[in-house]
Design a protein around this ligand. Structure first.
Ligand SMILES: Nc1nc2c(ncn2[C@@H]2O[C@H](COP(=O)(O)OP(=O)(O)O)[C@@H](O)[C@H]2O)c(=O)[nH]1
Ligand SMILES: [Mg+2]
Length: 236
């Protein structure tokens, strides 16, 4: 089974090398695709060096300017489909998403078209997030669920696993690729296509190195974005 892990990066020089090496050593032997938006801290060069060290297993997409996590992941998933991968993951570069949970996703994806790492299941945990962010995320998820009605507890965690035949159903062009709404858009499209979704509990650890890229503007546009998706659904 050909497995690809797509990692969007912006200023992850402290993290990317250790993460990629950890992933390559997993028993499932996934390949890795880093999508870097010309990080000023040289993340792209580190990724290139890894690609040279592990030809065929590590590759890199360089985008010219910082253009958001969502679009970076979509570009990575599209390339992964073109390259024939059967199972495709997305995960953050900052170790918020624990590589040790990959086997749990791989077990679950046998039964579902796509699987979401959820921070809001009873066994889940969020470590070191400021109380305000936990509060906001929890309510943003309840709000999304109220409108979108997908049977999941976490719409906004970017630790996910997709079967190839699920992503083939996705209309990439329909997605407004700015901001965190991309995650909800993908889940919403796949759910509306009738594809089953599973969740695995995840322990989310706030980044210990570097800074969060989440801006207030992105939070706000995600808020509006849920309503837009909802209207798209009403329109047919
Ligand atoms: N390629 C790309 N990656 C990004 C961008 N913004 C964030 N990321 C990556 O997306 C992941 C999540 O971003 P992060 O800043 O940790 O957001 P947070 O965890 O929600 O605070 C990390 O791997 C970032 O490096 C972007 O504009 N372009
Ligand atoms: Mg993070």
């Amino acid at each position: 089974m050909k497995i690809l892990i797509v990692i969007p990066t912006y200023n992850e020089a402290d993290n990317i090398e250790r993460l990629v090496r950890t992933l390559l050593e997993l028993e499932a032997a996934p390949d890795v695709l880093v999508v870097d938006d010309s990080s000023p801290d040289g993340t792209g060069d580190i990724a290139d060096a890894l690609a040279a060290e592990f030809p065929g297993r590590v590759s890199v997409i360089h985008r010219e300017a910082k253009d958001g996590r969502g679009g970076a992941v979509l570009a990575g998933l599209a390339l992964g489909l073109a390259d024939g991968y059967e199972i495709l993951f997305e995960m953050d570069a900052d170790f918020s998403h624990d590589p040790a949970e990959i086997p749990a996703f791989l077990d679950s994806i046998k039964r579902y078209y796509f699987v979401i790492g959820s921070r809001y299941l009873p066994e889940s945990e969020i470590i070191d997030w400021p109380a305000t962010r936990t509060f906001f995320s929890r309510w943003a998820n309840r709000y999304a669920r109220l409108f979108l009605r997908i049977p999941i507890t976490d719409y906004t965690n970017g630790y996910r696993c997709y079967r190839r035949d699920a992503l083939e159903k996705l209309n990439f062009e329909a997605i407004n690729s700015k901001g965190y709404i991309v995650l909800s858009d993908i889940a919403w499209q796949l759910h509306r296509a009738g594809l089953s979704v599973g969740e695995v509990p995840t322990v989310f650890v706030n980044r210990s190195r570097g800074e969060s890229n989440l801006s207030l503007r992105e939070v706000f546009s995600a808020f509006i974005g849920v309503l837009k998706l909802w209207f798209r659904g009403l329109a047919g």
